[in-house]
Ligand binder design. Structure first.
Ligand SMILES: Cc1ncc(COP(=O)(O)O)c(C=O)c1O
Length: 369
């Protein structure tokens, strides 16, 4: 019943939300009303309206993911937030290692690895070690570790990390915990506070259906005063409109990570999407997603069913194909299924705009394989 709220590309099933979530229909009117019209009518005097739109974005995140709007800072994407955070962390003698799973999103690992320039080495937990096991993290979080990046839901396997356990362990061992929610925000119920993370990085591209450009970071309030970003701009200043070149004071809230003149349109679109999903309710979204994964699994040929493991995963079902990829690709084309592959794994995501009939159609692509 919510499908009508979105532009869902056809003609076949759209199972690509792990890549890009579908556009909410209300977005075009919101861009017109909140971005174009103020610009057209007010020129440079549109800024108060544009900034109010970005404030609404921060408020909408707080309504969905918890915490206070002041502790969310807009970012263009997750990597930019991480790149701003690392040099802002207080340097601690003997703490020079950054930890992440080898299966984290490469862009995040690139940023961690570049932090070599500022004195950090990166320890990637090998793929062979299960990121859903606390033992894996316990072994990796040694006394030289400064910070750990946890991927909530892994994009290549769907595996969900035991976030609260890892962040609690990190805190106990004096390690800053950073959480990547790119593949979980909008589909897995969680709150920034309950995650236990010190910093949360997200974007709205995937399950939040808010398009590219509306990234964000949330910072635990008690940590803020210790963080001194070097990548700043006038919107990181306590009073951006002071215009005194000799005076810079960090904004007391997460805005200290903001930077120069912000973009506006991505936040207008993302706010529409976040509000819509919040209105539908995260429990409803997740229940629908799980139901469609069950339908998909039940409709798979029996010989494939065991490979479709539904326990311990986020919104995306990642199915190993062995050497059946070419055949499946042909079948997907024949049924106009939109999904994608990572190596020999097929990734399938069912969101609120997908139907049970579509999940069954996708599964039928396996017949005869
Ligand atoms: C787990 C995860 N993290 C991060 C990203 C994207 O990072 P960025 O916003 O820096 O491009 C993705 C995109 O696919 C992802 O799946």
């Amino acid at each position: 019943m919510y499908r009508n709220e979105f532009h869902v590309p056809g003609p076949g099933p759209y199972a690509l939300t792990h890549s890009v979530g579908c556009l909410p229909k209300r977005s075009a009117a919101a861009i017109e009303e909140r971005y174009l019209q103020p610009w057209q009518d007010q020129g440079g005097d549109a800024w108060p309206m544009w900034l109010a739109a970005i404030d609404d974005f921060r408020e909408s995140l707080a309504a969905l993911l918890g915490g206070d709007a002041a502790h969310y800072c807009p970012q263009s994407n997750l990597s930019s937030g991480l790149a701003k955070l690392l040099p802002a962390l207080p340097k601690r003698i003997g703490r020079t290692i950054l930890v992440a799973a080898e299966d984290c999103f490469p862009s995040m690992a690139f940023v961690l690895q570049r932090a070599r320039e500022i004195g950090y080495d990166t320890r990637l937990i090998p793929r062979a070690q299960d990121p859903s096991s606390m033992n894996t993290w316990s072994d990796a979080l040694t006394s030289e570790v400064a910070a750990v990046l946890v991927t909530h839901a892994h994009s290549n396997t769907g595996i969900v990390a035991p976030v609260a356990g890892i962040t609690a362990l990190a805190r106990e061992r004096g390690i800053v915990s950073m959480l990547d929610v790119a593949q979980s925000a909008g589909i897995l119920p969680f709150s920034v506070a309950q995650s236990g993370a010190d910093v949360v990085f997200g974007s709205c591209v995937k399950w939040l259906c808010g398009g590219p450009g509306a990234g964000f970071m949330w910072v635990r309030p008690s940590l803020l005063s210790e963080l001194t970003p070097t990548d700043v701009g006038w919107f990181s200043h306590d009073n951006p409109f002071e215009f005194d070149v000799h005076s810079f004071k960090y904004a007391p809230d997460a805005r200290r990570f903001w930077g120069g003149t912000p973009s506006v349109v991505p936040y207008v679109v993302a706010t529409v999407a976040i509000r819509l999903l919040t209105q539908i309710g995260i429990e409803t979204l997740r229940a629908h997603n799980q139901e469609l994964m069950r339908v998909f699994r039940a409709e798979l040929p029996a010989s494939w069913r065991d490979r479709a493991v539904l326990d311990g995963i986020g919104g995306t079902l990642c199915l190993p194909l062995g050497n059946a990829q070419e055949q499946l690709l042909r079948s997907f084309r024949a049924h106009s299924v939109r999904a994608d592959f990572r190596g020999s794994i097929v990734r399938l995501s069912f969101h609120i705009y997908n139907t049970s009939a579509e999940a069954a159609t996708v599964a039928r692509c396996w017949s005869g394989i």
